[in-house]
Design a protein around this ligand. Sequence first.
Ligand code: CS2
Length: 495
Amino acid sequence: MKESVLLKQENLHLLSDKIVVPTYDRSKGKAGIIHIGVGGFHRSHEAYYTDALMNETGVLDWGICGVGLREADRKMRDILSDQDFLYALIVKHPDGKVETRVIGSIIDFMLSVEDPIAVIDRMAHEDTKIVSLTITEGGYNFNPATGEFNFDNPDVQHDLANPGNPTLVFGFLTASLKKRRAAGLPPFTVQSCDNVQHNGDMTKKMLLAFAGKQDPELAEWIKANVSFPNAMVDRITPCTTPTDIELLRSDFGVRGAWPVTCEPFCQWVIEDNFSNGRPEWETVGAQFVPDVTPYEKMKIRLLNAGHSVLGLLGSIHGHETIDGAVSDPLFAEYLRAFMDLEATPVLDAVEGIDLEAYKDSLIYRFGNPNIKDSLARICLESSAKLPKFLISTIHENLAAGGSIDYATLVIAAWCLYSDKGLSRHGVEFDIVDAMKDELHQAAMGTEDDVLSFLRLEPIFGDLANNERFSALYSEMVEALYEDPDIARLMEKILA
Ligand code: CS2
């Protein structure tokens, strides 16, 4: 067997020439960006764009220092630091072609659980121009039904009482911005890269709520001086599996402990609103626009919601991956009908985008047989995702008198999923959700009170009191509890 090469800076020249490697001098890179939440998506998206920019232009001011705020980030930090912060990005095309590049834009990584002060100091350093975030939908700490900051969270209480020793992102942003202001430095831009509509506005609102409680005068300064560009981000990035690590070794001769696999498609639409300069990401394909609203709504309500439709219905049916579900004609037809009849009527037109073509492209992307995106990943943290991805569409269709059948079945399926935790064949789901217990408790009440699940007000708002919705939902839940053959109900809706 041919020997494989350990992924390290000093070994880059030994790699096969079919792998794209950083051509810039990483040792001279400055960390202009601090990124909180280095997971697969950050590594296939912002870090990829930044690496491509550094390769293309040789600019060195926009290196990335990763930051992990949770103990669970230690593994990523340890693996990346053993590899000089390099990792392989494996892009898998639908026709089987695989491209690999080594990403070099991450040049450092810090864990706040080891040294919170060092993280605050790094964020307050004059080289830091942007603090970007992928903290997942749940990380914004808002109550989805009211949209307000959740002060009941014990970690928030801790951070308010301990400004020098925070645990959550808002505590770190507040402490470091305070330091910058005291030092007379310009503030960094806070750039959200999560699937939250108006992600910049949302981050600003949450940060101002937190900082306003801790230091009202500082909150005023943040409000007046810090930019929070809204952005739409897109690249399907499944969880890394042992097969990816093996493919990297067998087909590319590289030993890397935590590569990232993703689809070829990549999109980043950003509002051009930065407090302290920005990389020229447009050189490598990002789009800067004055208003990102229509793009983000389109993506969240079609792509992310489409994923959730396949994720929950598909899990109950016994599918395991997105490509598996969408290659089942019933699921493909149902998905398209949901998009056409429920999601599209409440979307705004996007200049320059043909929605029909966009939907076709989503179905094509979902069908990529080499991206084995698991339904378990899609169903992760549904309580933070569904209010934005799907329930908002239901609310808007209720207000407009539009169709709600397709989405309502997904909510009924979510109730069964949370209650029994089993597919119709009895396969157990591994449910990961910050609200797992509440979801389970509420769903368990269904047999006594059919609307029990809907009474989770932070998720559903007042849907339980909406007669049209609750009547339809009750009928579907009853049918599903009687016989979890979800395909039968899908066919009925399609008929
Ligand atoms: C997915 C997203 O988390 C989810 O439910 O829909 O991670 C999706 O794959 C990305 O937003 C694609 O850009």
